[in-house]
Write a protein that binds this ligand. Structure first.
Ligand code: F0G
Length: 458
């Protein structure tokens, strides 16, 4: 190895997309027209867009080249077989079912296997996962370890599921649990990883109680890198080898290829159970498409197949995880409260800790989010009481945490963009006393964060 410490972007740039600069006054007016909900902003009005790392990554020249190889045959396309073998090589699962994105895989799986009154345990369900469980009148139960609920507590695997709580659930209410899920990395809990030891523990419990174990595998490669960095005995292994072991412990997975598939669209459902797979394929044909394309174009399948190879490259993952940590280090050094340690794909600002004068039901996450946009044109997303505070019975309560997630698109922004974002965050934290809460003026009953309208208080 060479003697230099700087971790550089492991790519050079072949094509660029211009950013549009706006003034603070323009942003104030634009945000008001968007009902103070950054989801309703035109992306052109955003300077640095950290709303999500989903589908927003830059594809490689090899992926763009692969697009031209796309076989658009309706049935049995060459691109499907290439996709299927890339997914099977990585995961080892028998049945590989393409879907247009992750939530389609969730919907098809849950609609096929859940009954009203069932319980699906997970470390922390992502919002679409929870909504798809609840759409089947089943319960999404979050069993992340205690450390994972405390933003300031440092733990190497804060995404781990509480094995004792899972065991207690399987012991007392196991007849209502058709499958166990674990999300890697744990997005709603701060992008925190799950250890191999924890996954082995889940496997052992699932064997003991006869339950299938599914991974929500959206960020499997980032999780594998954390295992390599943090888990005893793993440092010498390739990320791909670790990822393979993660999948080998499970019976299936749902996947959004918009994250660690390095693609702009796509996903899959994979599993070993023949009977479930057959029922899922039937539903797939009804809502997504024929089983060899599942709502995707042949060229999308090519991009995913290639993306799954690139995402486990060491140079990529080293840069990816370090660039997120770099932003976290900068804002934390300035005293901004964040979920620690940094997540894989995002830095999570602790809006509740930063803005103690704004109670959870006045949405401190929205206050912080909107200030980041007005002051610097930076867009993030609230992961807090707006996203998770409304329950199926219509009642509203504070979510466990009020976070603002700054998710970093893959291979899109350079270090100077991130330096700028850190400057904006620190500036807004410095004016925290001036920030005020919000009230909701209208919202749908499910997944309200996407379309709710807000009004500033006071
Ligand atoms: N599971 C997790 C852990 C996710 O983070 C997401 C999406 C999904 C499932 C659903 O996948 O979007 O392809 O349907 N997360 C995005 C985000 C939207 O911004 O975190 P999808």
């Amino acid at each position: 190895m060479h003697p230099f410490h700087t971790i550089i972007e492991p790519f050079r740039i072949k094509s660029v997309e211009a950013l549009r600069f706006t003034t603070r006054d323009e942003r104030i007016a634009t945000l008001a027209r968007a009902d103070h909900n950054v989801f309703k902003l035109a992306a052109d009005a955003v300077l640095v867009d950290l709303l999500t790392d989903s589908g927003t990554g830059a594809m490689s020249s090899a992926q763009w080249g692969a697009l031209m190889q796309g076989d658009e045959s309706y049935a049995g396309s060459r691109s499907f077989f290439r996709f299927e073998s890339a997914v099977r090589d990585l995961t080892g699962f028998r049945h590989i079912i393409p879907t247009h994105q992750g939530r389609a895989a969730e919907r098809i799986l849950f609609h096929t296997v859940l009954h009203p009154g069932d319980i699906v345990p997970n470390n922390t369900h992502f919002d679409t996962t929870r909504a798809n469980v609840e759409a089947e009148q089943a319960e999404a139960r979050d069993l992340v370890i205690e450390e994972g609920r405390q933003p300031g507590v440092i733990h190497p695997f804060k995404g781990n599921i509480d094995l004792a709580a899972l065991e207690a659930l399987l012991e007392t209410e196991g007849d209502r649990v058709p499958l166990v899920m674990v999300t890697v990395t744990n997005n709603s809990g701060g992008g925190q990883p799950v250890s191999l030891a924890n996954l082995r523990g889940v496997r052992a419990l699932c064997d003991r109680y006869g339950k299938p174990f599914f991974l929500d595998a959206c960020r499997f490669a980032e999780n594998a890198w954390f295992i390599r960095q943090r888990e005893a005995g793993q440092a010498g292994r390739s990320p791909r080898d670790i990822a393979r072991e993660m999948f080998s412990l499970a019976d299936g997975c749902t996947m959004s290829a918009k994250k660690d598939g390095l693609a702009n669209i796509g996903g899959f459902l994979a599993m070993n159970r023949d009977a479930w797979a057959e029922a899922c394929r039937t539903l797939l044909i009804l809502t997504e498409g024929f089983p060899t394309y599942g709502g995707l174009a042949g060229y999308d399948l090519e991009a995913i197949a290639r993306g799954l190879e690139e995402v486990v490259e060491e140079s990529y993952l080293r840069y990816r995880i370090r660039s997120t940590e770099y932003l976290a280090d900068k804002v934390r050094a300035a005293g901004v409260p964040i979920v620690q340690p940094a997540g894989g794909h995002a830095v999570y600002l602790d809006a509740r800790a930063l803005l103690p004068h704004i109670p959870p039901l006045e949405y401190p996450g929205i206050a912080l989010l909107n200030a980041l946009y007005v002051e610097g044109g930076v867009r993030g997303v609230e992961i807090g009481t707006v996203m998770f505070g409304l329950h199926p019975d219509g009642s509203e309560a504070a979510a466990p945490l009020d976070l603002v997630r700054l998710a970093i698109p893959r291979r899109v922004y350079t270090q100077s963009h991130i330096d700028y974002v850190a400057e904006v965050v620190i500036h807004v934290a410095g004016m925290r006393g001036q920030l005020r809460g919000y009230r909701i003026t209208s919202a749908p009953r499910v997944l309200r964060h996407f379309t709710a309208s807000f009004e500033p208080l006071g």
